[in-house]
Ligand binder design. Structure first.
Ligand code: GUN
Length: 287
């Protein structure tokens, strides 16, 4: 069965939109999210556009800040500082990656912990790993919502996370662990990755390699969460065409899995939906 992230995200965003008049009445204003993009990376521009659109749908005020590719690190940090001090701004997001001449860690560190809607700040990461209240990173939070949507019980299950990024791999492993799964984190150096994956009742693919997880690597009946968003070129009778594919080879995986997320329309929309939730959460905590 298809785990429809687009539909779930739409439902959750509609619920947020419904709450917005009450929030505005109670607090005297609506939450505000600042989204900063540096440069012209086309994929980043699409993501940022979708984030601003989601703000419109939910009733969150958005501030879209576009800065040129040659923006200095100093100028970006100054902009973040300005937004940190702006009491009318509740959440700050800098779309990653930033251009190479800007230090990503410095940028993440510069965002006020209270406005860190991505949950990337070291203090939020520490809180996550120490089981303290924190802002959870959006993609892992969205994945947990998707798994809950299947109705399967996570407790006691074997979960394999392929990929060990700070944004997805590591935090989703922690959330699955908190839900009492037995968690394995696999990566590029894992020996016999196929055998490791075949053990998984819940398989999360977050490696950024197009269609690398194939049906023969999946345990029959597993829940498969595909975090990959890869743009590849495919040959068609009309010539080469760009196509969006995940880290999972959907055609061979779909018949084996019990539930599987599509790409696009799976994890991607959930990430954005959770971002809206985090913006509202930051707003409520700050007020
Ligand atoms: N780039 C890719 N994913 C993300 C994300 O979740 N947040 C930000 N800020 N940048 C990203």
């Amino acid at each position: 069965m298809i785990l429809d992230g687009k539909a779930l995200a739409a439902r959750l965003k509609a619920e947020m939109a419904e709450q917005m008049p009450q929030i505005e009445k109670e607090y005297g204003r609506v939450p505000a999210l600042a989204v900063i993009i540096v440069g012209e990376n086309p994929a980043s521009q699409t993501y940022v556009r979708n984030k601003v659109k989601a703000c419109e749908v939910t009733g969150i005020r958005s501030l879209m800040i576009s800065m040129p590719e040659d923006t200095s690190e100093e100028a970006l940090l100054a902009k973040i500082d300005e937004l940190n001090s702006d009491d009318s701004v509740d959440g700050i997001l800098v779309q990653l990656p930033v251009p190479k001449h800007i230090n990503e860690d410095k940028v993440i560190n510069a965002i006020s912990v209270d406005k860190d809607v991505d949950g990337f700040h070291p203090q939020n990461v520490a809180r996550l790993w120490l089981n303290e209240p924190c802002i959870l990173p959006c993609t892992p939070k969205g994945i947990m919502h998707l798994i809950e949507e299947t109705g399967i019980q996570i407790s006691g299950k074997k979960a394999v996370v392929v990929g060990r990024s700070n944004i997805v791999g590591k935090p989703i492993a922690k959330l699955l662990l908190d839900a009492n799964a037995t968690v394995t984190i696999a990566h590029s150096r894992t020996r016999d990755l196929a055998a490791v994956c075949r053990e998984a009742d819940i398989l999360v693919a977050a490696v950024g390699r197009p269609e690398m997880i194939t049906g023969d690597m999946i345990k029959p009946g597993a829940v498969v969460i595909d975090v990959g968003i890869n743009r590849i070129s495919v040959d068609t009778p009309e010539g080469p065409k760009n196509k969006l594919v995940g880290d999972v080879d959907f055609a061979s995986a779909e018949p084996v899995a019990s539930w599987i997320t599509p790409v696009p329309g799976g994890v991607g929309p959930m990430t954005i939906c959770e971002l809206m939730g985090n913006a509202i959460e930051c707003f409520k905590r700050r007020n």
